[in-house]
Design a protein around this ligand. Structure first.
Ligand code: GLC
Length: 677
């Protein structure tokens, strides 16, 4: 792209290599202003003048620290959408794109040019604090959904930042950890997600804090060469905030924009230029990418037409939660019959609509309580509440006031269903730290068992969390389990519709729920100083790991129940050169209309090298009316069937006979057929 770089002086180019402050690129006269904001769950716009009330309160309390901290972290209220991990459980490209498009409207209203999203790091370890922001353990599912997310924003003229490149799979030691990853694993898993997402041509990729194979991501020639020469990225790399450890090596590696502003960078670059450590070409390459970024976003501005009002955004937030809610267990107790009486034996804490850290959206519309939204959906609905509120305490555990537990059973006389809402919170799953366990707190677990084992009616557990939870110690005590994730501000509205059967649950897990933490592929790959993480699980992450090691998870990748029942048949495969067409039928043999997510897996010949037992290569989500049969055709690009050949230094398509399988989950395979490639 011919750009205005030639109009800039050398000093102006050097100035462009570092942000102007926390959220802006330097104002260079010939260039447009450029303002950025977080984040993947919706707009988190920080300004200095907002939240005056906080500042006044801090002043009144004579709390000087409070004044300065409140000045630092003013977040403008915005709509909190279903978190990306919930959108991923929807497997619905349309709702992912629609959610991002609505976030674009929020950005347009607020004058933001680029949203620092989506995050697509592989969900390798369920303890990772930011898994709520990420999409899947599978690179194809994560990358293909992220592509829709990027399209949703950029088609409305808003820039994007695909993050965090790469292998930022834990939070505890993100500023020191060195991810030691073999080349095949790096290509097939930890950059493959970016490969699929980059098909949407994101304006930027954000580099991660950690090291990969000994070099900081902010100055890593190996991964930047992959990014530009193998993944097809054409935009600018922006650093994560504070991720640039050494300015000159970062410029040498091609990182265009260091964020945020840091004192002394200009002088450092000038010195490096004079002593030959840097050349003008180095500076032109990086500054040129930033100029291209500014000009590209400038050219996108005519697309900025707001098409949703606040109400429409609320509805999209609700739709994302609705599509992403996963029914994990149902002993025939759901949906709740109209006019039932429900006892709330543990209520949802409003904090649990979104995870913590830079992705947390501050919504002015906290989620309603479930008893409110159930009452809105069913006028005959009645309830009692045991007044046990699961509040996330400072250390992130939830505390049940035990005194009220004794009163529950007498109070629940005549009640049909007991609902227990549990989970984690933004204090447990957040940027900056990882969970130490994937269990709920002891109180929660024992409370669930108390209710499940003693209440005479049916017990329903609803889980709010950002990533997998170990349910093994209590799941046999309850009749139904609904996984709502961090479902955004309209999660209770969505839950009410699901519980009452207005809509059948249609979400399926985009990550495995293990029976116990020790079963995961990377339980102890990190050294005790948390400075090295050896990716010895290699390409066997997530379901690839459980399949290879023949470990049965609690709930497998792709698992989710429905109120309907589907039968699959007539799988046919056609070889169309660069792609194969996979056609099959699904019949809804129930009397409930519902959506079904069908998943296409390949079992490769695995003669040339070791390969996963099966790999996801395609999927479809279809609304199928009661009694109806539909024919589904998914065109699978043979690119998704390749493995990385280290000797060749590229991806290759293994010749031989493949089994193609279509399943309702990765372990519930319904139809199979073969094709010779
Ligand atoms: C944070 C996060 C990144 C975010 C950026 C700006 O540290 O890692 O995802 O976009 O800094 O807040």
């Amino acid at each position: 792209m011919e750009n205005k770089l030639s109009n800039l002086t050398l000093d102006q180019k050097i100035t462009l290599l570092t942000g102007m402050d926390s959220w802006n690129i330097h104002d260079i006269p010939v260039l447009d202003k450029f303002h950025m904001a977080d984040g993947p769950c919706g707009l988190r716009l920080e300004t200095d003048e907002y939240n005056e009330a906080d500042t006044c309160m801090a002043l009144e309390n004579g709390n000087e620290d409070g004044v300065s901290s409140s000045k630092k972290r003013k977040v403008v209220p915005a709509v909190c959408f279903a978190n990306p991990s919930v959108l991923a459980n929807s497997w619905n490209k349309e709702i992912v794109k629609k959610s991002a498009s609505a976030m674009a409207d929020e950005c347009i209203d607020a004058g933001v040019d680029m949203l620092l999203a989506p995050g697509i790091n592989i969900k390798r370890d369920p303890r990772c604090g930011r898994n709520f922001e990420y999409m899947s353990e599978d690179p194809y599912l994560a990358g293909s959904l992220a592509k829709e997310y990027i399209d949703g924003l950029q088609e409305k003229g808003i820039g994007t930042s695909l993050k965090h490149y790469c292998a930022n799979n834990s939070e505890n030691a993100r500023n020191v950890i060195n991810a030691v990853i073999d080349k095949r694993t790096l290509m097939e898993i930890y950059t493959r997600n970016f490969y699929y997402a980059i098909k949407a041509n994101p304006t930027t990729v954000m580099c991660a804090y950690n090291k990969v194979n000994g070099f900081w991501c902010s100055e890593n020639k190996e991964i930047n060469d992959i990014l530009y020469n193998k993944l097809g990225f054409k935009g600018a790399i922006v650093s994560d905030w504070g991720a640039v450890h050494h300015k000159i090596p970062s410029v040498k590696s091609g990182l265009a924009l260091q964020m945020p502003y840091r004192e002394g960078m200009f002088e450092e670059v000038k010195t490096a230029l004079s002593n030959g450590e840097l050349t003008e070409e180095d500076i032109d390459l990086c500054a040129g990418r930033t100029v291209d970024l500014i000009e590209r976003v400038q050219q996108m501005k005519p697309l900025r037409k707001v098409t949703t009002d606040k109400q429409a955004r609320f509805e999209i937030a609700e739709e994302g939660a609705l599509e992403g809610i996963v029914l994990l267990k149902n002993n025939g107790v759901l949906p709740i019959k109209a006019g039932s009486k429900v006892g709330f034996a543990g209520r949802f804490s409003p904090q649990t609509y979104c995870g913590g850290g830079s992705a947390r959206v501050e919504t002015p519309n906290m989620p309603k309580q479930l008893y409110e939204t159930l009452s809105e959906e069913d006028k005959d609905f009645t309830y009692v509440s045991a007044n046990i509120v699961c509040e996330p305490t400072w250390h992130g555990n939830w505390h049940f006031p035990w005194t009220s537990q004794e009163e529950i059973l007498p109070k629940f006389e005549g009640v049909d269903y007991a609902v227990v809402q549990v989970g984690t919170s933004n204090e447990v799953e957040s940027e900056g730290f990882d969970r130490t366990s994937i269990k709920l707190t002891r109180e929660e677990e024992s409370h669930i068992r108390f209710i499940g084992d003693n209440f005479k009616g049916k017990t329903i557990v609803i889980i709010h969390s950002g990533s997998a939870v170990d349910v093994s110690s209590w799941i046999d005590s309850v009749d139904a389990v609904v996984y709502a994730g961090f479902g955004g501000e309209r999660v209770s509205n969505a839950l009410a519709k699901i519980l009452l059967g207005k809509v059948s649950p249609s979400g399926k897990l985009a990550e495995t729920f293990p029976k116990k933490l020790e079963d995961i592929s990377c339980f102890d790959t990190m050294n005790k100083y948390m400075t090295e993480d050896y990716y010895t699980d290699r390409i066997y992450v997530g379901y690839r790991h459980y399949d290879k090691k023949k470990i049965n998870p609690m709930f497998e990748f792709g698992y989710g129940l429905s109120y309907a029942k589907f039968e699959y048949s007539d799988l046919a495969i056609a070889d169309n050169g660069d792609s194969i067409a996979v056609t099959y039928k699904i019949k809804n043999v129930s009397d409930v209309t519902a959506k079904e997510i069908s998943q296409i897996y390949m079992y490769s010949p695995a003669k040339v090298t070791d390969r996963p037992v099966k790999e996801l290569i395609g999927y479809s989500k279809d609304l199928i009316k009661a009694g109806e049969e539909v024919t589904v055709t998914v065109n699978v690009d043979k690119d998704t069937m390749k493995y990385y050949d280290v000797d060749l230094g590229d991806f290759a398509l293994e010749k031989g006979t493949y089994t193609i399988a279509v399943g309702a989950s990765s372990r519930d395979i319904r139809v199979k057929n073969k094709i010779k490639i």
